[in-house]
Design a protein. Sequence first.
Length: 126
Amino acid sequence: MAITIDSFDHLVLTVANIDITVDFYTEVLGMELSTVGGRKALAFGEQMIKLQQRGHEVSPKAAHPTCGADDICFITSTPLDEVIRELKEQKIRIEDGPVERNGAMGRMRSIYLRDPDRNLIEISNY
């Protein structure tokens, strides 16, 4: 019998400064701060990003946890032009886009920016 994966639950980001990361994801991207097992996490939809401080990782962990090594794509129902306008108002630099990309469900329109640890953040509309 083959394993069937149904959904994505969470990912763990290793960060240099948890408070700065929380500020970015809550204030810029509108995620909700949550605490899970005494750890700070960022909730959105039915998913979560758990945070771990570089040098104080929780076991088990990735073989080489490091800051800035992730590329993450977020889907938003907010029209991308409104996202761009909001990011500009907050003085968040858009690194690339809008551009057409292929996602898990087909063609999408995307922009790219960096979080405080320099992870690549893609924000997209289908």
